[in-house]
Design a protein around this ligand. Structure first.
Ligand code: NAD
Length: 489
C-alpha cells in the first residue's frame, strides 16, 4: 500500500503539499516499512499556525460563550465516537498497539477527556470575598478567569490521542486557541482531530497542528515563538528542561508532565493473584511505554519468590504480534531507535550483575514482523538502587525486583529516586495502604490498583517528573489567568 500523507492543519484547513518544503517518513513499528510521509512545518508554517490561533482567540472563538464552548466540546466527543474506528486505525498505524488497547484506552479516553472538561467548565464557579473595612463599609472582591490566549501543546508518542486531548480539551474549554505539535512518531490522530473539530463547528484557528521534530524543527520553532502565551508539555525530562529554558525569556506559564521511575511495593499480606494481575499491567501495558509504568518492584521477603515466579509466568504468557490478531496483548516499541536504547539497558543490567528471569532480548516472530521494533518483556532480580537500570527511566517492558524486610525500608527504597510521578502499594492491610501511600514522594499513589483515573483528580509529578497539576479544576488553574476585581461598596 502506498504511504499516506499526513498534513499540517492550520486555520481550519489541511495544508496543500505544494506549500510545504520538506516531508519526513513515518515508519510502521510493526513491520519497519514506511507507512506515511509527513509534512514538516518550517518556521513560516509555525508562524502561520500561531497567527491563525491568535485570530481565533481575538475573533470567533474568543467571542464564543463558555456554555456554547461546552456544547461544542460535547459534540466533539460524539463525533469521535461516530468516527471511532478511524481514530483506532490511525493510532494503530502510528504505534502498532493492540486493537483492544487502542479501543478501550486510547480512543475511549479521548472521548472522555472532551466530556469531562466540558462538565468541569460548565460547573466551574468564581471565588469572591466580602472584605470588612475599618470605616464599617465593605468591599467585594471577585476573581475573573480569562483564557491564557494561544497555548502551545507538545505531546509524546506513547498515548498520542489520549495525551493530546487531555490538554486540548481543557485548553479549548477555557477559551484558548491551541497550536499542537504531536510527536514525529505519531502524527496521524492529531490531524484527524482537526477534521472532527471543523466538522462540529469549532471556529477555524482554534485548533492548529504543526508536524515535525523537536530541536531545530517545529517543536523548537513553536516554543520559541513570541506569539505563544503558555506551553503545556508531556514528554521526557530532558526535553522539559529545554522547553523551560526557551520559555524563560518571556516568563511564560509552563505545565510539565515528564518522565518517571515508578515503584511498586508489595507487602507479604497482599492478595497474590490480584497483585500479580496489577503488576503485569503496570509493567507491561503499552509495552512498558506509559509514563506511569512500574520499573522498580520492592517485594517483602516472605513472598519474594512467589511474586518473581508469578510475574515471570505472566510475562511469558504475553502474546506479541499483529495488532489486529485475536489474542495479541503486546505491540512493538515505537521505533527501532527506541529499541536500541532499551536493549542497551538490558545489556547494562546484565553487566551490573542482574539475573534475567525472563526475556532480555529480541523475540523471534513471523517473517512479516521482522523489520519491526519488537522486544521481549523482561524481568530482573539481583540489582540494587545503586545500579543505573534501577535509577534511569527505560520506558520499555521491563522491571527489576528487589526484596525488603520492613515497611520503613520499603518506603526508603521507593522514595530513593530523582523522579516522583507514581507509585503503587499492594497490601490487604488498608491502614498500611493509606500510611505508605501518603509517604510516597509522588504525584499519584495507588493502593491495590494502578492507573485507575478519575479525571477530576490532580495528575502530575514532583522532582524530575514535572511541574504543576492538570485534571478537573486543576487544569483551569493552568489554562486561565485570573484578574481580581475589588469594588468598594
Ligand atoms: P520527548 O521529550 O522526546 O518528545 C516529546 C515531544 O517533544 C515530541 O513532540 C518532540 O518532538 C518534542 N520535542 C523534543 N525536543 C523538543 C524541543 N527542544 N523543543 C520543543 N519540542 C521538542 O519524549 P518522547 O520520547 O516522545 O516520550 C516519552 C517520554 O514522555 C518519557 O520520558 C515519558 O515518561 C514521558 N511521558 C510523561 C507523561 C506524564 O504524564 N508525566 C506521559 C507520557 C509520557
Amino acid at each position: 500500500m502506498a504511504p499516506r500523507t499526513v498534513r499540517n492543519f492550520i486555520g481550519g484547513q489541511a495544508i496543500e503539499d505544494g506549500a510545504v518544503a520538506s516531508f519526513f517518513d513515518k515508519i510502521d513499528p510493526v513491520s519497519g516499512s514506511v507507512s506515511a510521509r509527513v509534512q514538516e512545518a518550517d518556521r513560516r508554517l509555525v508562524d502561520d499556525a500561531v497567527r491563525a490561533a491568535r485570530r481565533a482567540v481575538e475573533g470567533a472563538w474568543g467571542a464564543t460563550p463558555a456554555g456554547q464552548r461546552c456544547t461544542l466540546l460535547r459534540r466533539v466527543a460524539d463525533r469521535i465516537e461516530e468516527r471511532f474506528e478511524d481514530f483506532v486505525a490511525a493510532e494503530i498505524a502510528d504505534t502498532g498497539k493492540p486493537v483492544t488497547q487502542a479501543r478501550e484506552l486510547d480512543v475511549a479516553r479521548a472521548v472522555l477527556n472532551f466530556r469531562s472538561f466540558a462538565d468541569t467548565i460548565a460547573s466551574a464557579g468564581q471565588t469572591s470575598f466580602l472584605t470588612d473595612l475599618a470605616n464599617g463599609r465593605q468591599a467585594l472582591n471577585y476573581a475573573m478567569r480569562k483564557p491564557l490566549g494561544v497555548v502551545a501543546v507538545i505531546v509524546p508518542w506513547n498515548l498520542p490521542l489520549l495525551l493530546l486531548t487531555w490538554k486540548v480539551a481543557p485548553a479549548l474549554a477555557c477559551g484558548n486557541a491551541v497550536v499542537v505539535k504531536p510527536s514525529e512518531e505519531t502524527p496521524s490522530t492529531a490531524t484527524l482531530l482537526g477534521e472532527v473539530l471543523t466538522e462540529v463547528g469549532i471556529p477555524d484557528g482554534a485548533y492548529n497542528v504543526v508536524h515535525g521534530f523537536g530541536a531545530g524543527s517545529a517543536g523548537e520553532f513553536l516554543v520559541g515563538h513570541p506569539g505563544i502565551d503558555g506551553v503545556t508539555f508531556t514528554g521526557s525530562t530532558a526535553t522539559g528542561s529545554a522547553i523551560m529554558a526557551a520559555s524563560a525569556p518571556r516568563v511564560r506559564p509552563i505545565s510539565f508532565e515528564l518522565g518517571g521511575k515508578n515503584a511498586a511495593i508489595v507487602f507479604d499480606d497482599a492478595d497474590i493473584e490480584s497483585t500479580l494481575d496489577g503488576l503485569t499491567r503496570s509493567v507491561f501495558a503499552n509495552t512498558g511505554q506509559v509514563c506511569l509504568c512500574t520499573e522498580r518492584i520492592y517485594v517483602q521477603r516472605g513472598v519474594f519468590e512467589e511474586i518473581v515466579e508469578g510475574l515471570a509466568a505472566r510475562a511469558r504468557a504475553l502474546t506479541l504480534g499483529n495488532p489486529y490478531a485475536e489474542g495479541t496483548t503486546t505491540g512493538p516499541l515505537i521505533s527501532t531507535a527506541h529499541r536500541q536504547k532499551v536493549l542497551a539497558y538490558y545489556a547494562l543490567a546484565e553487566e551490573s550483575g542482574a539475573k534475567t528471569i525472563v526475556g532480555g532480548g529480541v523475540p523471534t516472530l513471523a517473517d512479516d514482523l521482522n523489520g519491526g521494533a519488537w522486544i521481549e518483556p523482561t524481568l530482573w532480580t539481583g540489582l540494587t538502587n545503586a545500579d543505573r537500570p534501577m535509577r534511569e527511566e527505560i520506558f520499555g517492558p521491563v522491571a527489576g525486583l528487589v526484596p525488603f524486610d520492613t515497611e520503613e525500608e520499603a518506603i526508603g527504597l521507593a522514595n530513593d529516586t530523582d523522579y516522583g510521578l507514581a507509585a503503587s502499594v499492594w497490601t490487604t492491610n488498608l491502614s498500611r495502604g493509606h500510611r505508605v501511600a501518603q509517604r510516597m514522594n509522588v504525584g499519584m499513589a495507588w493502593v491495590n490498583t494502578w492507573y485507575l483515573r478519575d479525571l477530576r483528580s490532580p495528575f502530575g509529578g514532583v522532582g524530575l517528573s514535572g511541574i504543576g497539576r492538570e485534571g478537573g479544576t486543576n487544569s483551569l488553574d493552568f489554562y486561565t489567568e485570573q484578574t481580581n476585581v475589588c469594588v468598594q461598596l
